[in-house]
Design a protein around this ligand. Structure first.
Ligand SMILES: Cc1cc2nc3c(=O)[nH]c(=O)nc-3n(C[C@H](O)[C@H](O)[C@H](O)COP(=O)(O)OP(=O)(O)OC[C@H]3O[C@@H](n4cnc5c(N)ncnc54)[C@H](O)[C@@H]3O)c2cc1C
Ligand code: FES
Length: 257
């Protein structure tokens, strides 16, 4: 884990709630190795109520540009301050934190399911799977078309399927209702998004004996195992989601007990 100061190279609003920030170390220090599923902890400066850093997934690591991408949804003061930052502003971050998704050891059919801003780590994972010679399908869900983010980026690395609750893009309904799940057999499923969505994905996978990993977004304060505010019940007992996760095999979680 390193603490580095980054300079914002671009801050692009993707809709009225979500921004894509591209950032690089201010002193050009080469970025450490980063794995899909890992996250950063951002210090939000000049905000009286955001003493704790905010955890944000690594959306992409571009080693050639020595740059990382962060997809941020405004939900409160911390994320609002981050999204208001301008090109050239500086951001203090701890990284990389947490474990990572498992990269398969054999060819197969892989499905990456994301909901809302939970699609952020699915993009980095899909890119790494492609670089390792695997092809994957993405199944992304949101309330409406404007909530399905980075579509062209996903289409460059795999086949994209969508669901929206209002039917404005893809099939109408939730991701777990998509016809793909009835028509195609997968060897492994990865997922990140709202907990009810991940529980439904985990249930689908478990009922069919498909391996599945999910990335949790438990409340986190320190991000490195010191405060115990992110504890998750598992078959190994209570563990910190920030260090033992955020990625868990669904068979380790007590969600479906
Ligand atoms: C491992 C991990 C990866 C994440 N990746 C992303 C990402 O890529 N993009 C993104 O937009 N968001 C991501 N989040 C969620 C993001 O951290 C929270 O939305 C953010 O911390 C809220 O801060 P705030 O000051 O804007 O809101 P607050 O005013 O603090 O709270 C607003 C809402 O956000 C929830 N929240 C507050 N703090 C946290 C926290 N530390 N962790 C989780 N939820 C919190 C609260 O329960 C509340 O519902 C991730 C969370 C985790 C744990
Ligand atoms: S966030 Fe502090 S222990 Fe996990």
């Amino acid at each position: 884990m390193k603490q580095l100061v980054f300079t914002i190279r671009s801050n692009e609003p993707l809709n009225d709630q979500n921004h894509l920030l591209k950032v690089a170390p201010s002193d050009n220090t080469p970025l450490p190795l980063m794995l899909p599923g890992q996250f950063v902890q951002i210090l939000v400066e000049n905000a009286p109520h955001t003493f704790l850093r905010r955890p944000i997934s690594i959306n992409n690591h571009d080693p050639e540009k020595n740059e990382i991408w962060l997809l941020v949804q405004v939900v409160g003061e911390g994320t609002r301050k981050i999204c208001e930052m301008k090109c050239g502003d500086q951001l203090n971050m701890l990284l990389p934190l947490g474990n990572s998704f498992t990269i398969p050891s054999a060819p197969g059919h892989f499905l990456l399911v994301g909901g809302g801003v939970g699609t952020a780590p699915m993009h980095f994972l899909g890119k790494i799977l492609k670089e390792n010679g695997f092809t994957c399908d993405f199944l992304l869900g949101g309330a409406s078309e404007m909530n399905i983010l980075q579509r062209s980026e996903f289409e460059q690395i795999g086949t994209l399927y969508c669901t929206t609750e209002d039917g404005s893009l893809g099939e109408k309904g939730f991701v777990t209702h998509h016809s793909l799940l009835q028509n195609k057999v997968y060897d492994f499923i990865y997922s990140c998004g709202p907990k009810p969505m991940m529980v439904a994905v985990a249930r689908y996978a478990k009922e069919r004996g498909i391996g599945c990993e999910v990335s949790l977004e438990n409340l986190m304060a320190c991000g490195f195992g010191a405060c115990l505010c992110c504890v998750e019940k598992t078959t190994r007992g209570n563990v910190c989601a920030c260090t033992e996760g955020p990625v868990f095999d669904i068979n380790e979680l007590r969600w479906l007990d």
